[in-house]
Design a protein around this ligand. Structure first.
Ligand SMILES: Nc1ncnc2c1ncn2[C@@H]1O[C@H](COP(=O)(O)OP(=O)(O)OP(=O)(O)O)[C@@H](O)[C@H]1O
Ligand SMILES: [Mg+2]
Length: 274
């Protein structure tokens, strides 16, 4: 099986800090790959680097067999490498459908497309893709609503649908489940899995461990810019280095749980935090 995305030694330096440090990572075609790690580990930076939003200081990034290091963001998007943003940036004065339409033209930059939308009739093929994306995320009923009309969970879906409307080969999702409750997050996971039935591969960053462990085929763990572990969900869950990285971050929470257990004598074990 070939890899749709592959990085070798990918390094991104901000000042003296290696936000990504020699990252070797692969997304096989048709697979669902996750990237987890504590806050500030360098996860978003990785997406920024492969989509061309920040320059790589060293290493290579290959997409569908082509070295993409020299390409601009829109050139990468046109090849089928499409991302969402951690901070949901919807166009608040456009309907949900129009939010998707502006992203349906993968070769153009957003502001330019906005102008085009006003000047030219809507392209049938783009409209079809937008309808397809709305349908895949159960947003058809909300197509004519404005972003502010929707609850947070559905707004997050719009962000994903907007990337989907470009019909990417690989969709990169930066914390799509942030702010969702467990049920919404699980439902999102089921929807994301269906993307694989449409000639797509999925790359997911999220802090919701339940989501990541249940939907991914393979998971990489980043800490201080470096891959410290990788494997199947079961392998990653049981990896001591991963537990240590997360326990470091969640030490306060774990101590509080431990104190609670000592006081009450019952309750969840600290294992449940991973
Ligand atoms: N444009 C930038 N300029 C300087 N430093 C940056 C820049 N972007 C990110 N950083 C730094 O790089 C490191 C990695 O940040 P990044 O946003 O990639 O982490 P993350 O894993 O996505 O974290 P989170 O889980 O909080 O989203 C952090 O120390 C951050 O402060
Ligand atoms: Mg981030």
């Amino acid at each position: 099986m070939s890899n749709v995305l592959e990085t070798k030694g990918l390094t991104v330096t901000f000042g003296g800090l290696n936000a990504n440090d020699q990252v070797d990572l692969a997304v096989p075609e048709g697979k669902f790959v996750g990237l987890i790690g504590p806050n500030g580990a360098g996860k978003t930076t990785f997406i920024d680097a492969i989509t061309g939003y920040v320059p790589m200081s060293a290493g290579t990034a290959t997409f569908a067999g082509e070295d993409i290091g020299g390409f601009k963001p829109h050139e990468r998007a046109a090849r089928g490498l499409v991302r969402t943003f951690q901070s949901l940036e919807l166009f608040e004065d456009l309907s949900i459908r129009d939010n998707l339409l502006v992203a349906g033209y993968p070769t153009k930059w957003y502001s330019f497309i906005l102008d085009m939308l006003r000047l030219t009739p809507k392209n049938a093929e783009v409209t079809e893709r937008v309808d397809w994306a709305l349908d895949l995320l159960d947003l058809t009923d909300s197509a004519d609503a404005m972003p502010t009309d929707l609850p947070h969970g559905r707004r997050k879906l719009v962000g994903v649908a907007r990337a989907l409307a470009a019909k990417p080969k690989l969709i990169l999702l930066d914390e799509p489940a942030a702010g969702l409750d467990t049920a919404e997050s699980q439902k999102l996971g089921q929807r994301l899995r269906t993307f694989l039935d449409h000639d797509m591969s999925v790359f997911l960053i999220d802090h919701d461990m339940g989501l990541v462990l249940s939907v991914c085929d393979y998971i990489y763990v980043l800490d201080f810019g470096q891959i410290i572990a990788e494997g199947t969900p079961a392998e990653v869950r049981d990896n001591p280095a991963v537990k240590a990285a997360y326990l470091g971050e969640q030490a306060g929470e774990v101590q509080a749980q431990a104190a609670e257990q000592l006081a009450g004598g019952v309750g969840e074990t600290t294992e449940a935090t991973l």
